[in-house]
Each structure stands twice: as structure tokens, then as C-alpha cells.
Design a protein around this ligand. Structure first.
Ligand code: CP3
Length: 354
């Protein structure tokens, strides 16, 4: 059913496959977030976890950005820590400190207590939300599913919260590498099953967030992040479903990231997208890469910033416009709208017949 459903606006899927498009597609990481008054209104009534776990509410949250912006994709409203909780860990979202895991993984015994969850059994609200969102979107735009990648999920499980320096996981990585590999294997199986459930439910593309893997040295990236992302991607029953891989600070690793089998590499803002295209654009599409802070600028400046990235990427296929990381909570909605409109208006010249 959903596999053969035609998507009216399929720019995103075409760009992921490096097929020609009329305009560069655009969506925004965290596009349903606190910068939107409609999202904040929802959150006044319910907690973040309730939003994630109630398909009707996740549907509403997913739709909030689509009411104000002409983005070319919807992204499932959820969080990367949902499967971590389903593995058996306590996860709490606090207003001030973000996610907290009060009993972080420390020992082999902690790992032995974890399970590889069956997504349909222990997170049925995720595939249910995907089915509900597609019923509502009726093929207007594609729906992205997502998961954290094994290394990034392991950072939360070991650090117990968002970390600035990652000393907790890096300590184990050097001190007890076997322990960490054991955890990463469990996570690879969990993430593979989780993404397969999303694809089966109707996700048209999926993004793997290996957000914190960019904090690793090249040798450690190659040993602890790359093989597990590759294993997940190799295990997807995807029948052409594009996979996007995001690593914050991954600019040095693009060649290896492409070896994971991802169709699209999502860049942060620290690399020139033209340079990235020269390095790897013959193998993968690229997503990005406006600095999220650029959206503090007035709309005219945002347009100029967008135009510069489009110009740096240049003519032709294989570009999905996005920020280099999630949109910040205090960005004016009008500025996000200005970015999306600028991408569509300024990009036409880079597509079509010359
Ligand atoms: O992109 C989207 O709109 C889809 C939904 C989505 C959320 N989180 C919603 C969310 C996605 C794809 C994520 C991914 C996510 N979550 C990542 C990877 C991407 C990245 O940003 O690096 C990470 C590391 C997390 C973990 C997480 N969740 C953190 C660190 C925080 C706190 C920071 C913050 O912005 O509050 C969250 C909470 C969270 N996830 C919110 C949203 C909308 C805010 C929660 C609220 O409403 O209070």
C-alpha cells in the first residue's frame, strides 16, 4: 500500500536518489519544535513523552510546521531516546536539562539487563503514528522516519544526559572497549528492527542521527561509530527507501560515511558544501548546510545565506537543503519561513534545461 502510494511532491525522494528536480527540496531538523507557537500550545497541555507516545498527538505535532511552511517533507514527531527506553532504561525529559537517564550503563551486568525490543510490541505508537500521518497527508509530501545511530544512543546510555565533552563514553571506549562493543551490537540490532518497522509502516525515507560521532578521532570513528551505522543500513529491508546519515562534525569523515551505504550525507555548517560535493558528490547526495544561528538574521540576510549555499553546491541534482543541526527554540517563525521560501525561489536557476 504505502510502498506504491504516489507522492505528489517527490522532490525530496528524487534529490536523495540524485535524480533531477525542479527546485531544491528543503526541510528543517526539529521542524516541529518550540520555536512554533502551535507546538508550544500543544506542549502546554501534554508532556513531551505523551506527545511522542500518543499517535493522534504525534500526528498533530508532525503537522504543526506544515501549517506555516512549504517544506518538502514531514518528519515523524518522536525522539531518538524512545527505543532506548524500550530497551529497558529509564528516560526522563526535563524542562531545563533536556533528557536525563538516571541509571546510566556502567557494567556488563547493566548491559545484560537490556533487551532488543520488538518495535511493534514495545513501541506500537511509532508505526501507528506513521500510518496515521500518511493517512492524513494522503501522499502530499513524503514522511521521514528516523533513529539515533548506535554510537550516539550509546553516548546517552553511558553519559546519562547530553554531554559537552563525552568523557564518560570515551573513558569506556579506551578503558573497556569490549564492553562498549557489546552495547553497540545490541543497539545495532535495536535500531535495525526499529527502522524496519518504520519503513514497513510507511516511512518514505529515514534519517540516521549519529550526532555525537563527530567528537571521535578518525581511528575511533572507524571502530566505534562507522561499522554500526553500516550494519544498521545493511540490515534495512528498504526497497529503495533512501537513508540519510547525519554526523555533527563529520566533515573529515565523508568518505567513510559514504561507505556505510547511506544515500545522503547530512552536513553540519563547518564545511563548504561545494567542497563536500567535489569530494563525495559522485557517490551520494548531500543535505545541508546552513548554520542554525543564521536564522537569527533578518530575512534579507537569510535569503543571501541560502543563495550562497545553493551557489556553492552548484547546478544539478543531489542536494537537499537543511540546517546543519536542529532549529533553535528562539528563532522567529517568519525567519524559518523566509529560509524555506528562499530555497524554493533561489534554487530554480540551478535546475532544469540550461
Ligand atoms: O526533527 C523533528 O522535528 C522530529 C523530531 C525530533 C526531536 N528530536 C524532537 C524533540 C528529532 C528527529 C529529534 C532527534 C534528537 N533528539 C537528536 C538527534 C538530532 C540532534 O538534534 O542532534 C538528539 C540528540 C535528541 C535528544 C534530545 N531530545 C535532546 C538533546 C533534547 C533536549 C534539547 C531540546 O531541544 O530540548 C530533546 C528534546 C526534544 N526532542 C524536543 C523536541 C521537539 C524538545 C522537547 C520539548 O518540547 O520540551
Amino acid at each position: 500500500m504505502t510502498r506504491t502510494q504516489t507522492i505528489q511532491n517527490d522532490r525530496l525522494l528524487k534529490a536523495c536518489r540524485r535524480e533531477p528536480v525542479d527546485r531544491t527540496p528543503v526541510w528543517i531538523m526539529r521542524q516541529a519544535g518550540r520555536y512554533l507557537p502551535s507546538y508550544r500550545a500543544l506542549r502546554e497541555r501534554v508532556s513531551f513523552m505523551q506527545l511522542c507516545k500518543t499517535p493522534e498527538l504525534a500526528l498533530q505535532a508532525t503537522l504543526t510546521p506544515l501549517e506555516v511552511m512549504d517544506v518538502d517533507a514531514a518528519i515523524l514527531f518522536s525522539d531518538i531516546l524512545i527505543p532506548v527506553e524500550a530497551m529497558g532504561m529509564k528516560v526522563v525529559f526535563t524542562e531545563s536539562k533536556g533528557p536525563q537517564l538516571p541509571e546510566p550503563v556502567r557494567t556488563q551486568a547493566d548491559i545484560a539487563r537490556l533487551r532488543v525490543p520488538d518495535p511493534e510490541q514495545s513501541m506500537p505508537f511509532v508505526p501507528d503514528a506513521i500510518r496515521l500521518i500518511n493517512q492524513t497527508l494522503k501522499g502530499r509530501i513524503p514522511l521521514l522516519g528516523f533513529s539515533g545511530a548506535p554510537y550516539t544512543l550509546a553516548t546517552y546510555m553511558i553519559e546519562g544526559e547530553t554531554s559537552k565533552n563525552f568523557y564518560g563514553i570515551k573513558r569506556r571506549l579506551f578503558e573497556a572497549p569490549k564492553l562498549l562493543h557489546g552495547l553497540l551490537e545490541l543497539l545495532a540490532d535495536t535500531v535495525t528492527a526499529y527502522l524496519n518497522a518504520q519503513i514497513t509502516a510507511g516511512a518514505h525515507a529515514v534519517q540516521l542521527f549519529d550526532t555525537w560521532a563527530g567528537a571521535l578521532s578518525p581511528a575511533e570513528y572507524a571502530e566505534f561509530a562507522f561499522p554500526y551505522a553500516r550494519r544498521v543500513i545493511a540490515g534495512l529491508r528498504r526497497e529503495g527507501t533512501p537513508v540519510i546519515l547525519y554526523v555533527n562534525g563529520g566533515g573529515d569523515y565523508l568518505e567513510l560515511m559514504a561507505e556505510t551505504g547511506a544515500d545522503v550525507l547530512s552536513l553540519d555548517w563547518r564545511i563548504d558544501i561545494g567542497e563536500a560535493r567535489r569530494r563525495i558528490g559522485h557517490r551520494v547526495a548531500l543535505q545541508g548546510n546552513l548554520d542554525p544561528c543564521a536564522l537569527y538574521a533578518p530575512p534579507e540576510t537569510i535569503r543571501a545565506q541560502v543563495a550562497r549555499i545553493l551557489q556553492r553546491y552548484g547546478r544539478g541534482e543531489g542536494h537537499v537543503f537543511n540546517l546543519g543541526h536542529g532549529i533553535l527554540p528562539d528563532i522567529p517563525v517568519a525567519h524559518a519561513v523566509a529560509m524555506v521560501d528562499a530555497v524554493h525561489e533561489e534554487s530554480a536557476q540551478y535546475h532544469g534545461a540550461t
